[in-house]
Write a protein that binds this ligand. Structure first.
Ligand code: MG
Length: 173
């Protein structure tokens, strides 16, 4: 017989958005990460608002629950998600998590981009994630890294985000 195991679930989320200048020189939207707008000459090419942090967080949570990814839940062919504030996706993921009887233990976010520097906005980004997920800021960690000037991310042509989330079951689903 299998011994009882703690009801913990881990999930990984990943997202990347190409960065372009705004119209008419490109298709970039305003640069936004974890709900914080950065003054930057290029921004994400995306169907929604292109918030790569929120997208990767949602995928980590859905992954931990053994569910399909954000692209299945909110298809980029659907007109209702055009330019959508990605906080909507975070709120939907939080509801799904709670409906399934899980709570967030902790979240670790790594943002990789050459510019802009995230440090001055880091605490605001963490506060936004924690607020949308209804958890204490101590449960959310966020790190910024560069890509050492190599490849698309290092050349400032893309932003990349990795997230690991740990969930614990708090109620029978
Ligand atoms: Mg995305």
């Amino acid at each position: 017989m299998t011994p009882a195991l703690p009801m913990l679930r881990i999930g990984h989320g990943y997202d990347l958005h190409r960065l372009e200048p705004p119209a008419p020189h490109g298709r970039g939207r305003p640069f936004i990460l974890a709900g914080v707008h950065f003054d930057h000459p290029v921004g994400p090419v995306a169907h929604s608002d292109g918030d790569a942090v929120y997208h990767a967080v949602v995928d980590a949570l859905l992954g931990a629950l053994g569910m399909e990814d954000i692209g299945q839940s909110f298809p980029d062919s659907a007109p209702e998600w055009e330019g959508k504030d990605s906080a909507t996706f975070m709120e939907a993921a939080r509801r799904t998590l709670e409906d399934k009887g899980f709570a967030l233990v902790n979240l670790d976010v790594t943002v990789i981009c050459e510019r802009p520097k995230l440090a001055p906005q880091k605490s605001q980004m963490i506060a936004n994630i924690a607020r949308l997920l209804g958890v204490d800021v101590a449960r959310v960690n966020l790190k910024g890294k560069t890509h050492e000037k190599v490849d698309a991310v290092g050349e400032g042509r893309a932003v990349e985000v990795h997230v690991v989330a740990l969930l614990a079951q708090v109620a029978a689903s």
